[in-house]
Design a protein around this ligand. Sequence first.
Ligand code: FES
Length: 139
Amino acid sequence: MSWVDVGPLAGLPARGARVVTVHGESIAVFRTGEGRVFALRDRCPHRGGPLSQGIVHGERVTCPLHDWVIDLATGQATGADRGCTQTFEVRVEADRVLIAVAPTATAAGAKGPCTGDVENASGGAPGDAGRVLAVFERA
Ligand code: FES
């Protein structure tokens, strides 16, 4: 596992998200209104919607397609919905946002039990939406 610099904290809007691509995987990096930062695979566990385009409220995001609410810390769907999205460890160092990923496969760098599999992936596709930032590997 390695830490990948995905850009400055200042480039991440409060209650918003940016999409970064690491090893071909679209990862949504969120910043809450309270300044906490989370990283999740940019695919809703329902039908693969782009969570990066959802509405951030508290430490949750509401998917823009069918309003499932996903916990940013665990990647788990909340309420009556069932499913989870892969999450990644995040740290902020010297105003840079770093996420933990495996050298060649993001799944190995994920935290928690969720593999990020989408039960019914007919809705969206990875990389469908969002802005892609440059990703710099740390030396
Ligand atoms: S609620 Fe996210 S794809 Fe349906």
